[in-house]
Design a protein around this ligand. Sequence first.
Ligand SMILES: CC(C)(COP(=O)(O)OP(=O)(O)OC[C@H]1O[C@@H](n2cnc3c(N)ncnc32)[C@H](O)[C@@H]1OP(=O)(O)O)[C@@H](O)C(=O)NCCC(=O)NCCS
Length: 317
Amino acid sequence: MAMEILPTDRVPETDLVEHLHGMLRALRARGESPQGDWVEGVARELHQGLRTGRFVRQGPTSILGFASTSDGGFFGHLHAEGPPDPALGARVLTALIDDLPPDSATLVVGFTGFPLRAEADLIRAVERPGGRAIARRALVRPIGPADELALTPPVPTARRLPVRDVPLSVLAQLDMRLYAGTLDALLTGPQPVHHERLLEELLHHRLGRFLDEASMALVESDTGALVGMVMTAELSAHTAIILDFGVDPMVRRKGYGRFLLRWTLRALRALGYEQVRLWVTDENLPARRLYDQLGFEPADRATLYRWERGSGQPHSG
Ligand SMILES: CC(C)(COP(=O)(O)OP(=O)(O)OC[C@H]1O[C@@H](n2cnc3c(N)ncnc32)[C@H](O)[C@@H]1OP(=O)(O)O)[C@@H](O)C(=O)NCCC(=O)NCCS
């Protein structure tokens, strides 16, 4: 008998807390680190119906899917405890999409508790036009004495600034330019406000304690234009994460990217971190090549599912 996929306001809050602890463990194991009273906060909102969510328990498997909105775009997550069941996961995701308000335009969902193969099977089984899979990989690199090297900017007129000295709107404009026309742009949202929200989250420590000392904005002294940035946070006492990083398309291939990364590695070394992680989209070959040259190694892979209302494209698995 098919189990009912319950709206989370009909699920006991304690069950949600238990399940979300499993999700937190899975997120931390792969270097993601939601902050604050995340488990309790999300469980309460799901139970009170303030967030859209669906939950199912079938035999030893339980699956929770939920989503919330940021300026019209929805972001969500699906987590399985117990043996992963892609077909059941697809039903939860489908129910979640059905729950979204009719004016919602997009949904981006991440997964934990499903091995990579099960993620692909799950996405293939979601019967919604307008969906697609976006493959990403986590890379790690040890930080060591060799990272203490002296650095000069590739262009003598470039000036470093603390990121908090740059207005959020200016950082958001650069962030938009960085990813324009790429798959990564589909993950954030089309408006500057979406990038502002995301950067605000980073700067407010929501994805790990933000490390001002290992984050930087690069400005051209003569024009005052912001041409690059790198943002980092702490994941654990030994490990930092590069949350965002890029160079304005107008000034690429001049060595800014390599300079920013090397500068960050040196700053992280000075702060005592022994390892750095980051996530990169599979299709992002320029960044992957740079990371490869600087000694980053693959650590993990994961898929995001993006659905766009009315786009009508068949999903690609
Ligand atoms: C990745 C990025 C930061 C590189 O910045 P950049 O200033 O152009 O990089 P550099 O000039 O320092 O080049 C360093 C290396 O990057 C790699 N690279 C940069 N652009 C490349 C391209 N178009 N194709 C292939 N490799 C490329 C090369 O390995 C290059 O070394 P090489 O010139 O000796 O071959 C830039 O392309 C960017 O901002 N991309 C969009 C944002 C982004 O993807 N950020 C990473 C998110 S995980």
